[in-house]
Write a protein that binds this ligand. Sequence first.
Ligand code: NDP
Ligand code: GDR
Length: 370
Amino acid sequence: MKKALITGVTGQDGAYLSEFLLKKGYEVHGLKRRSSLFNTDRIDHLYQDPHVENRNFILHYGDMTDSTNLIRLIQEIQPDEIYNLAAMSHVHVSFEIPEYTGNADGLGTLRILDAVRLLGLEKKTRIYQASTSELYGKVQEVPQSETTPFYPRSPYAVAKMYAYWITVNYREAYNMFACNGILFNHESPIRGETFVTRKITRATARIALGLQDKFYLGNLDAKRDWGHAKDYVRMMWMILQAEEAEDWVIATGKTTTVRDFVKMSFAHAGIELEFKGEGVNETARVKACNNSEYQIEIGKEILAVDAKYYRPTEVELLIGDSSKAHKKLGWKTEYDLNDLVEDMVQSDLKLMQKEQYLKKGGYRILNYYE
Ligand code: NDP
Ligand code: GDR
Protein backbone atom coordinates (compact mmCIF):
# COMPACT_ATOMS: atom_id res chain seq x y z
CA MET A 1 0.00 0.00 0.00
CA LYS A 2 1.47 3.37 -1.03
CA LYS A 3 1.56 6.15 1.55
CA ALA A 4 0.84 9.77 0.68
CA LEU A 5 1.21 12.87 2.85
CA ILE A 6 -1.02 15.80 1.90
CA THR A 7 -0.30 19.20 3.40
CA GLY A 8 -3.36 21.47 3.21
CA VAL A 9 -5.66 18.44 3.56
CA THR A 10 -8.53 20.58 4.90
CA GLY A 11 -8.57 22.81 1.79
CA GLN A 12 -10.51 22.40 -1.47
CA ASP A 13 -7.81 20.44 -3.30
CA GLY A 14 -6.72 18.50 -0.21
CA ALA A 15 -10.26 17.16 0.21
CA TYR A 16 -10.67 16.05 -3.42
CA LEU A 17 -7.15 14.63 -3.57
CA SER A 18 -7.70 12.63 -0.34
CA GLU A 19 -10.85 11.10 -1.83
CA PHE A 20 -9.05 10.33 -5.07
CA LEU A 21 -6.02 8.68 -3.41
CA LEU A 22 -8.15 6.66 -0.98
CA LYS A 23 -10.07 5.25 -3.97
CA LYS A 24 -6.72 4.31 -5.50
CA GLY A 25 -5.90 2.30 -2.35
CA TYR A 26 -3.41 4.69 -0.75
CA GLU A 27 -2.88 5.19 2.97
CA VAL A 28 -3.46 8.94 3.19
CA HIS A 29 -1.90 11.12 5.88
CA GLY A 30 -3.07 14.71 6.11
CA LEU A 31 -1.50 17.72 7.80
CA LYS A 32 -4.03 19.97 9.50
CA ARG A 33 -3.63 23.08 11.60
CA ARG A 34 -4.90 23.40 15.10
CA SER A 35 -7.81 25.82 15.21
CA SER A 36 -10.21 26.88 17.95
CA LEU A 37 -13.16 25.55 15.93
CA PHE A 38 -13.41 22.38 13.84
CA ASN A 39 -11.81 23.03 10.45
CA THR A 40 -12.41 19.66 8.81
CA ASP A 41 -15.80 20.25 7.13
CA ARG A 42 -14.52 19.28 3.69
CA ILE A 43 -13.06 15.95 4.84
CA ASP A 44 -15.52 14.92 7.55
CA HIS A 45 -17.04 12.32 5.21
CA LEU A 46 -13.62 10.60 5.09
CA TYR A 47 -13.03 10.68 8.85
CA GLN A 48 -12.16 7.39 10.53
CA ASP A 49 -12.41 6.80 14.25
CA PRO A 50 -8.86 6.75 15.69
CA HIS A 51 -9.83 3.79 17.89
CA VAL A 52 -10.42 1.58 14.88
CA GLU A 53 -7.46 -0.47 13.66
CA ASN A 54 -6.10 -0.39 10.09
CA ARG A 55 -7.15 3.13 9.32
CA ASN A 56 -6.13 4.46 5.91
CA PHE A 57 -6.96 8.14 6.50
CA ILE A 58 -4.94 9.69 9.30
CA LEU A 59 -4.73 13.33 10.31
CA HIS A 60 -1.75 14.95 12.04
CA TYR A 61 -1.40 18.39 13.57
CA GLY A 62 1.24 20.55 11.95
CA ASP A 63 2.08 23.84 10.31
CA MET A 64 4.15 24.85 7.31
CA THR A 65 6.02 27.32 9.50
CA ASP A 66 7.24 24.61 11.92
CA SER A 67 10.24 22.68 10.56
CA THR A 68 10.76 20.28 13.45
CA ASN A 69 7.16 19.15 13.30
CA LEU A 70 7.42 18.56 9.53
CA ILE A 71 10.67 16.59 9.89
CA ARG A 72 9.21 14.41 12.66
CA LEU A 73 6.04 13.67 10.70
CA ILE A 74 7.86 12.81 7.49
CA GLN A 75 10.21 10.55 9.45
CA GLU A 76 7.25 8.77 11.11
CA ILE A 77 5.17 8.41 7.95
CA GLN A 78 7.97 7.67 5.43
CA PRO A 79 5.67 8.73 2.57
CA ASP A 80 6.08 7.54 -1.02
CA GLU A 81 4.47 10.76 -2.20
CA ILE A 82 4.08 14.22 -0.69
CA TYR A 83 1.54 16.66 -2.11
CA ASN A 84 2.44 20.11 -0.82
CA LEU A 85 -0.90 21.93 -1.07
CA ALA A 86 -0.80 23.96 2.15
CA ALA A 87 -0.62 27.69 1.58
CA MET A 88 -2.06 31.05 2.46
CA SER A 89 -3.77 30.90 -0.91
CA HIS A 90 -5.70 34.18 -1.19
CA VAL A 91 -3.99 36.66 -3.52
CA HIS A 92 -5.71 39.79 -2.17
CA VAL A 93 -5.13 38.81 1.47
CA SER A 94 -1.41 38.28 0.73
CA PHE A 95 -1.05 42.08 0.36
CA GLU A 96 -2.17 42.36 3.99
CA ILE A 97 -0.03 39.52 5.39
CA PRO A 98 2.97 39.41 3.03
CA GLU A 99 5.55 38.20 5.55
CA TYR A 100 3.41 35.31 6.77
CA THR A 101 2.59 34.41 3.16
CA GLY A 102 6.31 34.31 2.31
CA ASN A 103 6.96 32.12 5.32
CA ALA A 104 4.15 29.59 4.79
CA ASP A 105 4.08 29.47 0.98
CA GLY A 106 7.74 30.07 0.13
CA LEU A 107 9.84 28.80 3.03
CA GLY A 108 7.20 26.17 3.86
CA THR A 109 8.03 24.46 0.56
CA LEU A 110 11.75 24.54 1.37
CA ARG A 111 11.00 22.94 4.76
CA ILE A 112 9.30 19.97 3.06
CA LEU A 113 12.06 19.50 0.47
CA ASP A 114 14.81 19.83 3.05
CA ALA A 115 13.10 17.44 5.47
CA VAL A 116 13.04 14.78 2.74
CA ARG A 117 16.73 15.40 2.00
CA LEU A 118 17.81 15.44 5.66
CA LEU A 119 16.00 12.16 6.30
CA GLY A 120 17.72 10.50 3.33
CA LEU A 121 14.40 9.93 1.53
CA GLU A 122 15.49 11.53 -1.79
CA LYS A 123 15.17 8.24 -3.67
CA LYS A 124 11.94 7.12 -2.01
CA THR A 125 9.70 10.17 -1.71
CA ARG A 126 8.23 11.97 -4.72
CA ILE A 127 7.10 15.56 -4.16
CA TYR A 128 4.33 17.55 -5.85
CA GLN A 129 4.49 21.33 -5.39
CA ALA A 130 1.25 23.32 -5.86
CA SER A 131 2.51 26.01 -8.20
CA THR A 132 0.21 28.50 -9.81
CA SER A 133 -0.70 30.49 -12.91
CA GLU A 134 -0.27 33.59 -10.70
CA LEU A 135 3.47 33.17 -11.46
CA TYR A 136 2.76 34.56 -14.95
CA GLY A 137 1.22 37.73 -13.51
CA LYS A 138 1.68 40.61 -15.93
CA VAL A 139 0.98 39.33 -19.41
CA GLN A 140 4.18 38.36 -21.27
CA GLU A 141 2.70 35.83 -23.68
CA VAL A 142 -0.66 34.11 -24.32
CA PRO A 143 -1.51 31.33 -23.93
CA GLN A 144 0.86 30.69 -21.03
CA SER A 145 2.91 27.49 -21.14
CA GLU A 146 5.85 25.88 -19.31
CA THR A 147 8.24 28.18 -21.22
CA THR A 148 6.45 31.51 -20.62
CA PRO A 149 8.50 33.87 -18.41
CA PHE A 150 7.20 34.67 -14.92
CA TYR A 151 6.25 38.17 -13.68
CA PRO A 152 4.55 37.73 -10.28
CA ARG A 153 2.19 40.53 -9.20
CA SER A 154 1.45 39.86 -5.51
CA PRO A 155 3.24 38.76 -2.33
CA TYR A 156 1.45 35.41 -2.83
CA ALA A 157 2.82 34.99 -6.34
CA VAL A 158 6.32 36.07 -5.29
CA ALA A 159 6.28 33.50 -2.45
CA LYS A 160 5.07 30.83 -4.89
CA MET A 161 7.88 31.84 -7.25
CA TYR A 162 10.42 31.01 -4.53
CA ALA A 163 8.61 27.70 -3.98
CA TYR A 164 8.67 26.95 -7.72
CA TRP A 165 12.42 27.53 -8.07
CA ILE A 166 13.45 25.80 -4.83
CA THR A 167 11.54 22.74 -6.09
CA VAL A 168 13.45 22.87 -9.41
CA ASN A 169 16.71 23.46 -7.54
CA TYR A 170 16.30 20.47 -5.20
CA ARG A 171 15.42 18.29 -8.20
CA GLU A 172 18.60 19.36 -9.99
CA ALA A 173 20.92 19.52 -6.96
CA TYR A 174 19.87 16.31 -5.18
CA ASN A 175 18.28 14.33 -7.99
CA MET A 176 14.92 14.33 -6.20
CA PHE A 177 11.62 13.50 -7.93
CA ALA A 178 10.13 16.95 -7.24
CA CYS A 179 7.66 18.51 -9.68
CA ASN A 180 5.69 21.71 -10.07
CA GLY A 181 2.12 21.55 -11.26
CA ILE A 182 1.46 25.07 -12.59
CA LEU A 183 -2.29 24.93 -12.11
CA PHE A 184 -4.64 27.58 -13.42
CA ASN A 185 -7.72 28.52 -11.36
CA HIS A 186 -9.83 25.52 -10.42
CA GLU A 187 -13.08 25.74 -8.55
CA SER A 188 -15.85 23.53 -7.15
CA PRO A 189 -18.81 23.56 -4.76
CA ILE A 190 -16.29 23.40 -1.88
CA ARG A 191 -14.19 26.34 -3.11
CA GLY A 192 -13.39 28.83 -0.32
CA GLU A 193 -16.20 31.37 0.01
CA THR A 194 -14.02 34.44 -0.60
CA PHE A 195 -12.67 33.40 -4.03
CA VAL A 196 -14.60 35.15 -6.76
CA THR A 197 -16.43 32.16 -8.30
CA ARG A 198 -17.79 30.90 -5.00
CA LYS A 199 -18.62 34.43 -3.88
CA ILE A 200 -20.70 34.74 -7.06
CA THR A 201 -22.47 31.36 -6.84
CA ARG A 202 -23.28 31.89 -3.16
CA ALA A 203 -24.65 35.35 -3.90
CA THR A 204 -26.67 33.93 -6.81
CA ALA A 205 -28.32 31.42 -4.49
CA ARG A 206 -28.85 33.86 -1.64
CA ILE A 207 -30.36 36.53 -3.90
CA ALA A 208 -32.58 34.00 -5.70
CA LEU A 209 -33.89 32.72 -2.36
CA GLY A 210 -34.44 36.19 -0.91
CA LEU A 211 -31.70 35.90 1.73
CA GLN A 212 -29.66 38.80 0.37
CA ASP A 213 -30.45 41.90 -1.72
CA LYS A 214 -27.20 42.70 -3.38
CA PHE A 215 -23.48 41.89 -3.50
CA TYR A 216 -20.23 43.69 -4.36
CA LEU A 217 -17.27 42.70 -6.49
CA GLY A 218 -14.02 44.30 -7.66
CA ASN A 219 -12.51 44.05 -11.14
CA LEU A 220 -15.17 42.59 -13.46
CA ASP A 221 -12.84 42.69 -16.48
CA ALA A 222 -10.26 40.24 -15.09
CA LYS A 223 -10.08 37.07 -17.20
CA ARG A 224 -9.42 33.64 -15.77
CA ASP A 225 -9.00 30.13 -17.13
CA TRP A 226 -11.38 28.26 -14.81
CA GLY A 227 -11.50 24.46 -14.51
CA HIS A 228 -13.06 21.96 -12.09
CA ALA A 229 -10.91 20.94 -9.08
CA LYS A 230 -11.87 17.27 -9.55
CA ASP A 231 -10.12 17.22 -12.94
CA TYR A 232 -7.08 18.98 -11.51
CA VAL A 233 -6.38 16.72 -8.50
CA ARG A 234 -6.29 13.72 -10.86
CA MET A 235 -3.54 15.54 -12.69
CA MET A 236 -1.53 16.08 -9.48
CA TRP A 237 -1.39 12.31 -9.06
CA MET A 238 -0.52 11.72 -12.73
CA ILE A 239 2.40 14.15 -12.43
CA LEU A 240 3.95 11.99 -9.70
CA GLN A 241 3.39 8.76 -11.70
CA ALA A 242 5.25 10.12 -14.75
CA GLU A 243 8.55 8.57 -15.79
CA GLU A 244 10.50 11.77 -15.29
CA ALA A 245 10.20 14.61 -12.80
CA GLU A 246 9.12 17.69 -14.73
CA ASP A 247 6.96 20.83 -14.44
CA TRP A 248 3.50 20.92 -16.00
CA VAL A 249 0.89 23.53 -16.95
CA ILE A 250 -2.67 22.43 -16.20
CA ALA A 251 -5.47 24.57 -17.66
CA THR A 252 -8.54 24.40 -19.88
CA GLY A 253 -7.21 26.74 -22.60
CA LYS A 254 -10.32 28.96 -22.39
CA THR A 255 -10.67 32.27 -20.62
CA THR A 256 -13.73 34.13 -19.30
CA THR A 257 -14.25 37.50 -17.62
CA VAL A 258 -15.53 37.75 -14.06
CA ARG A 259 -18.56 39.61 -15.53
CA ASP A 260 -19.41 36.66 -17.80
CA PHE A 261 -19.06 34.26 -14.88
CA VAL A 262 -21.65 36.37 -13.01
CA LYS A 263 -24.02 36.21 -16.01
CA MET A 264 -23.60 32.43 -16.30
CA SER A 265 -24.13 31.89 -12.61
CA PHE A 266 -27.42 33.82 -12.48
CA ALA A 267 -28.53 32.24 -15.77
CA HIS A 268 -28.22 28.82 -14.10
CA ALA A 269 -30.73 30.02 -11.51
CA GLY A 270 -33.05 31.27 -14.29
CA ILE A 271 -32.18 34.95 -13.81
CA GLU A 272 -31.06 37.18 -16.67
CA LEU A 273 -28.93 40.22 -15.82
CA GLU A 274 -28.25 43.51 -17.52
CA PHE A 275 -24.95 45.32 -16.88
CA LYS A 276 -24.63 49.12 -17.10
CA GLY A 277 -21.87 51.65 -16.45
CA GLU A 278 -18.10 51.30 -16.24
CA GLY A 279 -15.40 50.78 -13.62
CA VAL A 280 -16.54 51.57 -10.07
CA ASN A 281 -19.90 52.76 -11.43
CA GLU A 282 -20.82 49.47 -13.07
CA THR A 283 -23.94 47.72 -11.78
CA ALA A 284 -26.09 44.75 -12.73
CA ARG A 285 -29.88 44.62 -12.55
CA VAL A 286 -32.39 41.82 -13.01
CA LYS A 287 -33.69 41.86 -16.60
CA ALA A 288 -35.86 38.74 -16.47
CA CYS A 289 -36.55 35.78 -14.21
CA ASN A 290 -38.02 32.56 -15.53
CA ASN A 291 -38.27 30.77 -12.20
CA SER A 292 -41.62 31.52 -10.59
CA GLU A 293 -40.40 30.17 -7.21
CA TYR A 294 -38.09 33.15 -6.84
CA GLN A 295 -39.88 36.32 -5.91
CA ILE A 296 -37.29 38.55 -7.45
CA GLU A 297 -38.20 42.01 -8.65
CA ILE A 298 -37.41 42.90 -12.29
CA GLY A 299 -35.11 45.94 -12.47
CA LYS A 300 -33.65 45.36 -9.00
CA GLU A 301 -29.94 46.20 -8.64
CA ILE A 302 -28.23 43.07 -7.37
CA LEU A 303 -24.54 43.84 -8.02
CA ALA A 304 -22.31 46.88 -7.65
CA VAL A 305 -18.57 47.39 -7.84
CA ASP A 306 -16.66 48.24 -4.67
CA ALA A 307 -13.10 49.49 -5.19
CA LYS A 308 -12.03 47.84 -1.92
CA TYR A 309 -11.91 44.56 -3.86
CA TYR A 310 -9.42 45.95 -6.39
CA ARG A 311 -5.88 44.67 -5.92
CA PRO A 312 -2.87 47.01 -5.72
CA THR A 313 -1.47 45.11 -8.73
CA GLU A 314 -3.82 42.93 -10.77
CA VAL A 315 -3.35 39.89 -13.00
CA GLU A 316 -5.58 40.83 -15.93
CA LEU A 317 -5.49 37.79 -18.20
CA LEU A 318 -4.76 34.11 -17.68
CA ILE A 319 -5.16 31.44 -20.31
CA GLY A 320 -3.12 28.27 -20.18
CA ASP A 321 -1.65 25.95 -22.76
CA SER A 322 -1.66 22.37 -21.40
CA SER A 323 -0.64 20.64 -24.60
CA LYS A 324 2.39 19.05 -22.90
CA ALA A 325 0.17 17.40 -20.24
CA HIS A 326 -2.34 16.29 -22.89
CA LYS A 327 0.34 14.76 -25.10
CA LYS A 328 2.72 13.24 -22.56
CA LEU A 329 0.34 12.27 -19.75
CA GLY A 330 -2.91 11.86 -21.66
CA TRP A 331 -4.72 14.26 -19.33
CA LYS A 332 -8.30 15.13 -20.30
CA THR A 333 -10.91 17.21 -18.51
CA GLU A 334 -14.35 15.81 -17.70
CA TYR A 335 -15.96 19.16 -16.83
CA ASP A 336 -16.26 22.32 -18.92
CA LEU A 337 -17.05 25.79 -17.55
CA ASN A 338 -20.78 25.31 -17.99
CA ASP A 339 -20.69 22.04 -15.98
CA LEU A 340 -18.62 23.77 -13.31
CA VAL A 341 -21.01 26.71 -12.91
CA GLU A 342 -24.00 24.35 -12.86
CA ASP A 343 -22.36 22.18 -10.17
CA MET A 344 -21.54 25.21 -8.00
CA VAL A 345 -24.91 26.99 -8.38
CA GLN A 346 -26.95 23.83 -7.71
CA SER A 347 -24.86 23.07 -4.63
CA ASP A 348 -25.17 26.61 -3.26
CA LEU A 349 -28.93 26.64 -3.88
CA LYS A 350 -29.22 23.48 -1.76
CA LEU A 351 -26.98 24.93 0.93
CA MET A 352 -28.91 28.19 1.06
CA GLN A 353 -32.23 26.35 1.34
CA LYS A 354 -30.90 25.24 4.74
CA GLU A 355 -30.35 28.90 5.62
CA GLN A 356 -33.91 29.64 4.53
CA TYR A 357 -35.24 27.00 6.95
CA LEU A 358 -33.13 28.43 9.74
CA LYS A 359 -34.34 31.94 8.99
CA LYS A 360 -37.97 30.77 9.00
CA GLY A 361 -37.27 29.09 12.35
CA GLY A 362 -36.23 32.46 13.78
CA TYR A 363 -32.46 31.92 13.74
CA ARG A 364 -30.21 34.84 12.86
CA ILE A 365 -28.51 34.40 9.50
CA LEU A 366 -25.00 35.74 9.26
CA ASN A 367 -24.90 38.28 6.48
CA TYR A 368 -21.18 37.99 5.92
CA TYR A 369 -20.48 37.34 2.28
CA GLU A 370 -17.10 38.87 1.33
P1 NDP B 1 -7.32 26.37 0.11
O1 NDP B 1 -7.13 27.77 0.54
O2 NDP B 1 -8.69 25.82 -0.06
O3 NDP B 1 -6.55 25.39 1.12
C1 NDP B 1 -5.30 25.73 1.65
C2 NDP B 1 -4.92 24.69 2.70
O4 NDP B 1 -3.67 25.06 3.28
C3 NDP B 1 -5.92 24.59 3.86
O5 NDP B 1 -5.98 23.25 4.27
C4 NDP B 1 -5.25 25.44 4.93
O6 NDP B 1 -5.63 25.08 6.25
C5 NDP B 1 -3.80 25.05 4.69
N1 NDP B 1 -2.83 25.97 5.28
C6 NDP B 1 -2.74 27.31 5.12
N2 NDP B 1 -1.70 27.81 5.80
C7 NDP B 1 -1.11 26.76 6.43
C8 NDP B 1 -0.02 26.61 7.31
N3 NDP B 1 0.72 27.67 7.67
N4 NDP B 1 0.30 25.38 7.75
C9 NDP B 1 -0.44 24.30 7.42
N5 NDP B 1 -1.52 24.38 6.59
C10 NDP B 1 -1.85 25.60 6.11
O7 NDP B 1 -6.49 26.19 -1.25
P2 NDP B 1 -6.77 25.24 -2.51
O8 NDP B 1 -7.14 23.91 -2.04
O9 NDP B 1 -7.62 25.97 -3.47
O10 NDP B 1 -5.32 25.20 -3.17
C11 NDP B 1 -4.35 24.22 -2.80
C12 NDP B 1 -2.97 24.71 -3.17
O11 NDP B 1 -2.89 24.94 -4.58
C13 NDP B 1 -2.56 26.02 -2.52
O12 NDP B 1 -1.16 25.94 -2.28
C14 NDP B 1 -2.83 27.07 -3.59
O13 NDP B 1 -1.99 28.17 -3.40
C15 NDP B 1 -2.50 26.29 -4.84
N6 NDP B 1 -3.21 26.67 -6.03
C16 NDP B 1 -4.59 26.71 -6.05
C17 NDP B 1 -5.27 26.97 -7.21
C18 NDP B 1 -6.75 27.05 -7.26
O14 NDP B 1 -7.27 27.61 -8.24
N7 NDP B 1 -7.47 26.49 -6.30
C19 NDP B 1 -4.53 27.20 -8.49
C20 NDP B 1 -3.09 27.07 -8.36
C21 NDP B 1 -2.48 26.80 -7.18
P3 NDP B 1 -7.00 25.69 6.92
O15 NDP B 1 -8.13 24.87 6.34
O16 NDP B 1 -6.76 25.45 8.37
O17 NDP B 1 -7.08 27.12 6.53
P1 GDR C 1 -7.12 34.41 -7.98
O1 GDR C 1 -8.62 34.07 -7.55
O2 GDR C 1 -6.67 35.72 -7.45
O3 GDR C 1 -7.05 34.21 -9.46
O4 GDR C 1 -6.30 33.28 -7.22
P2 GDR C 1 -9.83 34.99 -7.05
O5 GDR C 1 -11.04 34.15 -7.25
O6 GDR C 1 -9.57 35.54 -5.70
O7 GDR C 1 -9.82 36.23 -8.10
C1 GDR C 1 -10.01 36.02 -9.48
C2 GDR C 1 -10.20 37.37 -10.15
O8 GDR C 1 -11.46 37.93 -9.76
C3 GDR C 1 -11.27 39.29 -9.47
N1 GDR C 1 -12.30 39.75 -8.53
C4 GDR C 1 -12.46 39.34 -7.26
N2 GDR C 1 -11.81 38.40 -6.54
C5 GDR C 1 -12.23 38.16 -5.27
N3 GDR C 1 -11.62 37.20 -4.54
N4 GDR C 1 -13.27 38.86 -4.70
C6 GDR C 1 -13.95 39.82 -5.40
O9 GDR C 1 -14.87 40.43 -4.88
C7 GDR C 1 -13.54 40.06 -6.74
N5 GDR C 1 -13.99 40.89 -7.72
C8 GDR C 1 -13.23 40.70 -8.79
C9 GDR C 1 -9.87 39.37 -8.88
O10 GDR C 1 -9.38 40.71 -8.90
C10 GDR C 1 -9.13 38.41 -9.80
O11 GDR C 1 -8.72 39.07 -10.96
C11 GDR C 1 -6.77 31.94 -7.18
C12 GDR C 1 -6.27 31.31 -5.86
O12 GDR C 1 -6.84 30.04 -5.74
C13 GDR C 1 -4.76 31.18 -5.87
O13 GDR C 1 -4.35 30.44 -4.72
C14 GDR C 1 -4.33 30.42 -7.13
O14 GDR C 1 -2.93 30.34 -7.17
C15 GDR C 1 -4.86 31.14 -8.37
O15 GDR C 1 -6.28 31.22 -8.29
C16 GDR C 1 -4.51 30.39 -9.65
